[in-house]
Design a protein around this ligand. Structure first.
Ligand SMILES: Cc1cc2nc3c(=O)[nH]c(=O)nc-3n(C[C@H](O)[C@H](O)[C@H](O)COP(=O)(O)OP(=O)(O)OC[C@H]3O[C@@H](n4cnc5c(N)ncnc54)[C@H](O)[C@@H]3O)c2cc1C
Length: 436
């Protein structure tokens, strides 16, 4: 068996390369692991299924890469970990991550705490990481989708060696393996959940994966009227009548779904409730700041100015026109109706106005699912945290490490998932590099 040298020049014999450490997956966590391990003087090989590493990272944050967040807390993550996620991250926390890239000449800025490279280009981060891989002598094999990780045979004089096989017939061996294959979110970037199967075959269990940070899907037809509109509002999610989440911010309306950052933030809770068969309803409050008294006073003022006022004119400015039409439609009203005619519909016009206000303040939308993996930014579920140590080593297979989205950790939208992927990758790589 030929061995790769530590400067990263793999031998040409394609069918049996070896390295000290092999990494399955060249995404955010795999590349961080590779740099950290190689800097410990180990030979490192990345096996990446795509035709290039870091394809997903290049698309993060709408191409701007929201790397981390100025406010990181345990509450920003969902996980089965018995202790908070920050206790795993903190040995390579936010400041360490930023310094890691600042040493490569990258500056950062933030918007509402969301941290981006100063260039607002994800490629700034990917180029820096690729340069670090090159400088550290990491060998990258692209187009190599790992299909099997086989446990070491009996220990020989050559040491403890895993065998990795790829879809194209490649065979590789290593003393330690870092599984960094990501989850299933972002199928367009080659993420198919291979890592779960690879690790289950090695004895790990897996909490049922499901999409998170994904639009909320609904069968509510009224959304067709509001499709294309955006609104800053307060959304409260209830499962079987119990509040399970509340997010204020800009929601985006589409025929059949609601997206925007606050909707994505609610998707973990929605997915969990739906998986338990609970009736899940999002109550939209388009006017959280407007009191009933002010609303009625403003309606009366407008009506006193014109006898020909339409309902649309009466409610002008409360929400985007499409959304007002959507809300009125539920009450069987139209924006074109003349206010004077409201008296003919009811003997209590003020009561009708109160009813209209109530529907602006509590517009229920039944959620039927969360968007598929091609719409999701992250996977909830995965390898349970109880099956790894604080250095991301497997508690089941010696010299195996697991990082990033493969683990049962998913963060809120706002840089939390890249922080997790990069911290876990770096720490796993460092531990593997120092332990071997
Ligand atoms: C559109 C989009 C935008 C996002 N924006 C942000 C953001 O701005 N901020 C943020 O914090 N998070 C963001 N995320 C989430 C973030 O990108 C992920 O949480 C993070 O990339 C996970 O890192 P990872 O290394 O675990 O997995 P990945 O980055 O998914 O990397 C896994 C790699 O493994 C490879 N692979 C898979 N299976 C195999 C196999 N069998 N053999 C070999 N290679 C394999 C894949 O091709 C991939 O390159 C976004 C996600 C998406 C989809």
């Amino acid at each position: 068996m030929k061995k790769m040298n530590t400067t990263g020049n793999a031998h040409s014999e394609r069918d049996h390369l070896s390295a000290d450490i092999a990494i399955a997956g060249g995404g955010a966590s795999g590349c961080m692991a590779a740099v950290a391990a190689a800097r410990c003087g180990k030979s490192v090989l990345i096996l990446e299924g795509n035709d290039a590493v870091l394809k997903k990272l290049a698309a993060t944050g709408n191409g701007r890469c929201n790397l981390t967040n100025l406010s990181l807390s345990d509450d920003d993550y969902h996980s089965d970990a018995a202790c908070g996620i920050l206790s795993y991250i903190s040995p390579f926390g936010r400041e360490d991550l930023l310094s890691f890239f600042e040493r490569e000449g990258i500056f950062f800025h933030d918007r509402d705490g969301y941290v981006y490279p100063h260039t607002d280009q994800a490629s700034t981060v990917t180029h820096a990481l690729v340069k670090m891989l090159r400088d550290a002598g990491v060998v990258i094999k692209t187009g190599e989708r790992v299909t099997h990780i086989l446990l070491p045979e009996e220990s020989t004089a050559g040491g403890y060696r895993f065998r990795l096989e790829t879809a194209g017939g490649g065979v590789y061996s290593a003393n330690a393996v870092i599984a960094a294959c990501g989850g299933m979110a972002g199928t367009q970037f080659g993420c198919r959940g291979d890592g779960y199967e690879l690790l289950k075959a090695l004895g790990h269990s897996c909490e049922m994966p499901r999409p998170a940070l994904s639009p909320l899907v609904t069968d509510d037809d009224s959304l067709r009227i509001g499709a294309g509109a955006r609104a800053v509002l307060c959304g409260t999610l209830r499962a079987d009548g119990k509040e399970i989440g509340c997010e204020y911010g800009q929601y985006q309306f589409n025929a059949g779904s609601i997206s925007g950052i606050p909707a994505l933030q609610l998707s973990h809770a929605a997915g969990e409730a739906l998986s338990q068969g609970k009736e899940t309803i999002l109550y939209l409050n388009f006017l959280p700041q407007l009191s009933e008294k002010s609303f009625l006073a403003e309606c009366n003022r407008r009506m006193s100015l014109s006898r020909n006022l339409t309902l649309g004119e009466l409610l002008f400015g409360l929400a985007a026109d499409k959304l007002t039409a959507m809300i009125l439609c539920r009450s069987r009203l139209q924006a074109e109706m003349k206010c004077v005619n409201l008296n003919r519909l009811t003997d209590d016009p003020e009561g009708l106005l109160r009813g209209i206000l109530a529907s602006f303040r509590e517009y229920p939308v039944r959620i039927t699912s969360v968007g598929n993996y091609d719409k999701a930014q992250v996977t909830a579920g995965g390898i349970p945290m109880r099956e790894i140590g604080k250095d991301f080593s497997s508690a089941i297979v010696p010299h195996l490490y697991i990082t990033g989205e493969l683990l049962n950790v998913d963060g809120r939208c706002g840089g939390y998932n890249l922080q997790w992927a990069m911290s876990s990758g770096y720490l796993a790589g460092k531990s593997a590099g120092e332990t071997l």
